[in-house]
Ligand binder design. Sequence first.
Ligand SMILES: *[C@@H]1O[C@H](CO)[C@@H](O)[C@H](O)[C@H]1NC(C)=O
Ligand SMILES: *[C@@H]1O[C@H](CO)[C@@H](O)[C@H](O)[C@H]1NC(C)=O
Length: 450
Amino acid sequence: MRSFALVSALAAVSAVQAGPTKRASITPVTTKGNAFFVGDDRFYIRGVDYQPGGSAANVDPLADKKICEPDIEKFKKLGVNVVRVYSTDNSLDHTDCMNALSDAGIYVVLDANNPLYSINRENPGPSYNAVYLQSVFATIDAFIKFDNTLGFFSGNEVIHDNKSTTLAARYVKATTRDMRQYIRARGYRHALVGYSAADVTDNRMQTAAYFNCGTDDERSDFFAFNDYSWCSSDFVTSGWDKKVKSFSGYGLPIFLSEYGCNANVRDFGEINALMSDKMTSVYSGGLLYEYTYEENKYGIVNITTGRANLAGPRVELDEFAAFAKALKDNPAPTGTGGYNPSATSQPCPAKDANWIVETTLLPALPDGAKKFLTEGAGKGPGLKGAGSQNAGGSSTTDAAPGSGTSGVTAGAAGTTSKAAGVSLMAPLDKAPFIISGIVAFFTLAGAFAL
Ligand SMILES: *[C@@H]1O[C@H](CO)[C@@H](O)[C@H](O)[C@H]1NC(C)=O
Ligand SMILES: *[C@@H]1O[C@H](CO)[C@@H](O)[C@H](O)[C@H]1NC(C)=O
């Protein structure tokens, strides 16, 4: 606090002198065992999913301060500390919005894929290629310089309830490995990389195990899933009590990358549960789906001009105040929350009727992508261009475990295997989708993953 006050005082002096203003800093989020940390304090994600205009607009809200600034005022009023953004343009500058978020104490977690540059879940092998990885790495380049970039999603709902999609898991996991290797190879700070999973009963546990098995270079930094099972109900009716039990002992930090319901008026009891000792030993918070009100009717803020003008007036819907109240009434717990400091890897899931992955080996980094580790990714293609899924130059062989040169050798650029997993689909339909008896929804992210 003392040093913060000093920085503020200096900033005030600078402002008076009309000199450059010194920014207050924000401490990057790290992990230990199955929890997130900021410095020595455990960190809980208390946030929202943020994609004004929805997937149909496919607009990067962090590249335009006319869009982000009014929303950051709302984020401050809500009291959120993390936002997830699905569509970002790696050819644009994000300094204004990222710094404004940082000044508000807000971290960002980003999807590294977009509709054009993603893994095709229906035919993943060819889509894991150098053109795809160049875009993914360029997204890392665009955001890792901001200390409030919490991390990146290597895929979103690529695996869903069709068991054939479990075959795409290798490519998503290879992408995860490649992103983490790229971050080390470029000498960047350790921003976090993980997968955002659909909550599918038939493969929930296999998917979680898969992203936490193998050598350290192959594992993720965190695991997240999108959960639509709490609909103005409670901890037990939603089945969250069982999920906490299922994930007890899991070796990575877990959070909900989406939680939502559009069927009832919400009181956001989810936050009470997430911040209580019923969950904190296993979960580290979550992100409300979603901030803006779109066709799928989840949002809590209406941009009254719609997609025609995403910088238009913002109107708080009734659930805005309810969400703010739930956050205020349920602060992040102090202390350790009962986390497990020595969480570790686990065996990879066996092949069975629902998980049809034959091997624990991952595809090798495509030859054409190796140069990015030493030269950098160069200019990103943004949200335009020819796309990557049929670009050719895919991986031709499997990699030896450990080829991604684990974190022990920070900064080393190994020649390794890399694979990516994102899927193709028409971006952004959030069509209601039944998964194993519960109603779930493909989000924007789902569209990317599709
Ligand atoms: C599952 O996906 C495969 C491969 O894309 C497709 O051929 C099959 O029809 C799908 N099955 C269902 C039930 O949708
Ligand atoms: C959002 O604003 C538009 C324009 O005023 C209005 O037509 C629409 O009904 C509003 N939506 C909600 C959910 O309030």
